[in-house]
Design a protein around this ligand. Structure first.
Ligand code: FAD
Length: 537
């Protein structure tokens, strides 16, 4: 299928932003080798090819080294990145990858049996967090999306059979079936002219401490590029192994290091959110796809064995497919970009997917690379800014996740007792003190918010941290509401009417699939959140 002209033109326009190497410059950056064919590798290759089409981009992957094959829950920026940055046609993505919609994360976490919702419209506070806490003792009725999540509905309506939707105005993310997604990216990269090589790298030959000279494959081929992107996953072939970049572990804050995964039927009920459920030695995700629910129990191998984890998963979710084991390590390397090599994906950093940050951090690395890659090695290069920003972002995620562990009182197993007593939350300690003095933080005065932003920046902003702390009932002095509770009740009742008319996801997606222009409109209409957020990339 030919790509729509609009998308192609959009890519070509943006390409003019970046300098090209002069034809006679011997130090020009023209040939880029992306090593690794997981999501990090393919997204990087596609982005470089889209934004700097004069580059000769080759993706090298080994069919004997499998990709990690997980990583399916995303955040709203991914929708913008896929369609507006990479120029992926929405109709094609829905046809080939069949994503489902995610309105936020539901945490079966903390003291409330119902847990708490972290909806993507948290910034709107559209119904009111203080009213929700006062009236029902939890935060689960503070926005329209949190009500939709509780009811298992999506903001799509069909009063006379014709779909009307608010999807254009309420941010959402995708759940992406990993196998389909990687296959789709692979085909797209080939159709867009990204070179491909199935070869196993046996040796990385550096030229000094900060430079890669060339690579050697197991069948003796020599591969030489002007720029290398290390997307080799946890092996970290260039950044870690060859250049020996120090690794900063996050294991004082995050104790988990493995996951067992499996799929289970959902009988046609596609939940419009990712779920994170507390388990004996960690937690379990649920990511709904069109066909079934994808689950994964993230646990600490110091607390339970792989067999015990698999048993607990099977006991809790009878009928789940046989377990697949995934090992990981949490932390990041000191820097992502050294000399003529930058690492993106697990080769640089990783944390467990409790807040769906993996693909998001891959896009952050890609955006930084595309912006900052020099046209020539004779040009000045802003490596240290990129390294500092990406490093800080990773550390912010570490601290954000740490408070999920420190304050989760749902279970009293040895793992959770240890997590509550030993999790290092020092990076957010100043913020926790301000929170104890008055919350929600997002409703504090501007000066306090500014001070927090300078002292203890949080990955998803004050809205995110409010959800996690208030959702877990971490003690605070609640601010006084500026309105009588009757006003909140009226607003909530109005929202309830809307929620009752909203469709479950399976029905809504079926309507959109039957009329693909609806997918197109949500993603492309200029007044929608997706198109508007394209300016931020
Ligand atoms: P990989 O997928 O491991 O790819 C590595 C590539 O390198 C492969 O193609 C391999 O062939 C190649 N390679 C390696 N060595 C060689 C060699 N010597 N020669 C040639 N090629 C080589 N992210 C989210 O956003 N949401 C989630 O819900 C989520 N869940 C996750 C759950 C778990 C348990 C884990 C571990 C990760 C999760 N992630 C999630 C993160 C996400 O999966 C990864 O960040 C993402 O898939 C990136 O992987 P990668 O491309 O860096 O590495």
């Amino acid at each position: 299928r030919r790509e729509p002209r609009g998308l192609r033109a959009g890519r070509e326009r943006v390409a003019d932003e970046f300098a090209r190497p002069a034809a006679d410059d011997p130090r020009g950056v023209r040939r880029v080798g992306v090593i690794g064919g997981g999501t990090a590798g393919y997204l990087t290759a596609l982005a470089l090819q889209a934004k700097r089409p004069w580059l000769d981009v080759t993706l090298v992957e080994s069919s004997t080294v499998p990709i990690i094959g997980v990583g399916e829950a995303t955040v709203p920026l991914m929708v913008t990145f896929l369609h507006h940055y990479l120029g992926i046609d929405p109709v094609e993505l829905y046809r080939e990858v069949r994503p489902t919609w995610k309105l936020g994360i539901r945490f079966d976490w903390g003291p409330d049996p119902e847990g708490f919702m972290a909806p993507f419209d948290w910034g709107s506070n559209s119904i009111g967090v203080l009213g929700s806490l006062a009236e029902q003792g939890d935060i689960n009725a503070f926005t329209l999306q949190s009500l939709m999540m509780t009811a298992g509905r999506t903001p799509v309506f069909a009063p006379d059979g014709d779909p009307v939707s608010l999807m254009k105005f309420l941010s959402f993310a995708y759940h992406l079936d990993n196998e389909r997604f990687v296959r789709f990216l692979t085909n797209l990269a080939r159709s867009r002219g990204v070179g491909h090589l199935d070869a196993k790298i046996a040796e990385v030959v550096p030229a000094g401490p900060e430079w890669i000279d060339h690579l050697v494959t197991t069948d003796g081929r020599r591969l030489e590029f002007d720029f290398y992107v290390d997307c080799s996953g946890f092996r970290s072939l260039m950044l870690g192994q060859a250049l020996k970049t120090p690794f900063h572990s996050y294991s004082d804050s995050l104790f988990t290091d493995r996951a067992v995964t499996g799929n289970i039927p959902h009988n046609g009920v596609i939940k419009p959110y990712t779920t994170a459920t507390t388990m004996d030695a960690g937690w379990c995700w649920n990511i709904p796809t069109r066909e079934d629910d994808h689950r994964g129990y993230v646990y600490s191998s110091a607390a339970i064995s792989d067999d015990e984890a698999a048993d607990e998963l099977a006991r809790k979710y009878p009928g789940i497919t046989p377990p697949r084991l995934v090992r990981f390590r949490v932390g990041r390397h000191e820097s992502a970009w050294r000399g003529n090599m930058m690492a993106i994906g697990n080769s640089y950093g990783f944390v467990e997917p409790l807040e769906s940050s993996g693909l998001l951090m891959i896009t952050q690395g890609i955006l930084a690379l595309v912006r900052s890659m020099p046209a020539s090695w004779s040009d000045p290069v802003g490596r240290e800014v990129v390294n500092s920003v990406l490093g800080k972002k990773w550390d912010e995620i570490r601290w954000f996740l740490s408070v999920h562990y420190k304050f989760n009182t749902r279970l009293d197993t040895p793992f959770w007792r240890e997590a509550r007593s030993r999790t290092d939350v020092s990076g957010l300690q100043p913020l926790l003190e301000v929170y104890a003095a008055g919350a929600p933080l997002r409703l504090r005065d501007k000066l306090t918010q500014l001070h927090l932003g300078l002292t203890a920046p949080t990955f998803y902003g004050l809205e995110g941290i409010d959800c996690v702390l208030l959702g877990q009932k971490v003690p605070t002095r609640l601010l006084r509401s500026a309105e009588p509770i009757e006003r909140w009740r009226t607003r909530k009742a109005a929202a309830d009417v809307l929620v009752r008319q909203a469709l479950p996801q399976a029905e809504a997606l079926a309507m959109f699939d039957a009329e693909p222009r609806l997918h197109d409109e949500v993603v492309k209409d200029r007044d929608g959140w997706v198109a508007k957020s394209a300016d931020t990339l």
